[in-house]
Design a protein around this ligand. Structure first.
Ligand SMILES: Nc1ncnc2c1ncn2[C@@H]1O[C@H](COP(=O)(O)OP(=O)(O)O)[C@@H](O)[C@H]1O
Ligand SMILES: [Mg+2]
Length: 305
């Protein structure tokens, strides 16, 4: 498979401290790759190295086969990025900003500027100076700037920071559409797990400068659905929990007027029958799956063991 981005054995030291330790990542066409971890984990540093803004202490980054460190211009022509505060000019309007950035590329048309503003939902505000923009609007304009020259790889550092819920949904749609229609690759970072969960195909969990685990979202989903449990709301929770435990040998938890039953769904009808036979009133049954957050906590725990 063709890799748009290859990060090979990248490390970074500031002074005597390792901020990144031997990072390896491959991202293919059509893939949305999420880099997740707490503040200070090293996400922005890695993105700065990928985009050539910072040099690694060790290792190399290849974009479409070109080394960012050795063949900067060729490598970087394939990338669009928003990292921390993009260099937007506050006194200029959004349209003027993008027109300026468009002039830096050999073939970005005036129409493309307007189209891009429309894609990110800023067209009706494009003639206002950027200094009047909210954080969320600046984020959108940063994204517009990054995608202006239709790069093969988008690198987005915490792209949902400052966006309201509606804008997050919109951003997700924009990114999905780009990947589906243009077959580009996206690397994004986030400290928000539920966001990553809904957008990424692959996630790398990063902590203290190391990737502690890389998993596909499919694998995570499989894992979380295997760990599903049923919340059954009923009238005699303590009695019911004991009965289910004794009859089916399942460790049941009581939570208020519910019992939490971790079992395969094939067993559920039998449990319901057993409750009904004993005249227990069942008010509701809900499926609860593990969230990415739970998976993350498991991974961190295993790693620190
Ligand atoms: N220019 C720098 N000089 C020294 N330390 C830095 C520099 N940039 C980042 N760091 C340190 O590197 C670590 C990772 O930072 P960063 O990559 O910004 O993390 P994240 O984006 O995951 O929050 C932090 O401990 C930060 O203080
Ligand atoms: Mg950061």
């Amino acid at each position: 498979m063709e890799h748009i981005l290859e990060v090979k054995n990248v490390s970074k030291m500031y002074g005597t401290k390792y901020v990144l330790k031997n990072i390896n990542i491959n991202i293919s066409k059509g893939e949305i790759f999420g880099f997740i971890g707490p503040n200070g984990a090293g996400k922005s540093t890695l993105m700065r190295i990928i985009t050539g803004m910072t040099t690694p202490s060790d290792g190399q980054v290849f974009i479409c086969g070109h080394s960012v460190q050795k063949d900067f211009e060729k490598a970087i022509s394939n990338i669009g990025a928003t990292i921390e505060n993009t260099n937007l000019y506050g006194y200029m309007t959004a349209k003027q900003n993008l027109t300026y950035f468009a002039s830096l590329y050999p073939n970005v048309s005036k129409d493309r500027v307007i189209d891009t503003l429309e894609i990110v939902g800023l067209k009706d505000r494009m003639n206002e100076p950027v200094k009047n923009y909210s954080l969320g609007m600046r984020q959108k304009l940063g994204l517009a700037q990054a995608m202006l020259h239709e790069p093969q790889l988008l690198v987005l550092d915490e792209p949902t920071n400052g966006l309201d819920a509606e804008s997050v949904i919109k951003l997700r749609q924009i990114l999905r559409k780009l990947v589906a229609e243009k077959n580009i690759a996206i690397l994004l970072s986030s400290h928000n797990l539920s966001e990553v969960e809904q957008l990424c195909d692959t996630v790398a969990f990063v902590d203290h400068g190391s990737i502690i685990e890389t998993r596909t979202m499919n694998k995570i989903k499989q894992e979380t659905s295997n760990s599903a449990r049923f919340r059954i709301t009923l009238n005699y929770p303590n009695y019911s929990a004991k009965m289910i435990y004794l009859k089916f040998n399942i460790p049941v938890e009581v939570a208020g007027n519910s019992v939490l039953v971790p079992c395969q769904e094939t067993l559920l009808p039998k449990i319901i029958d057993a409750l009904r036979v004993r005249d227990i009133q069942i008010y509701a049954i809900n499926v609860e799956t593990k969230s990415l957050e739970d998976v993350y906590i498991d991974i961190i725990k295993t790693h620190n063991r």
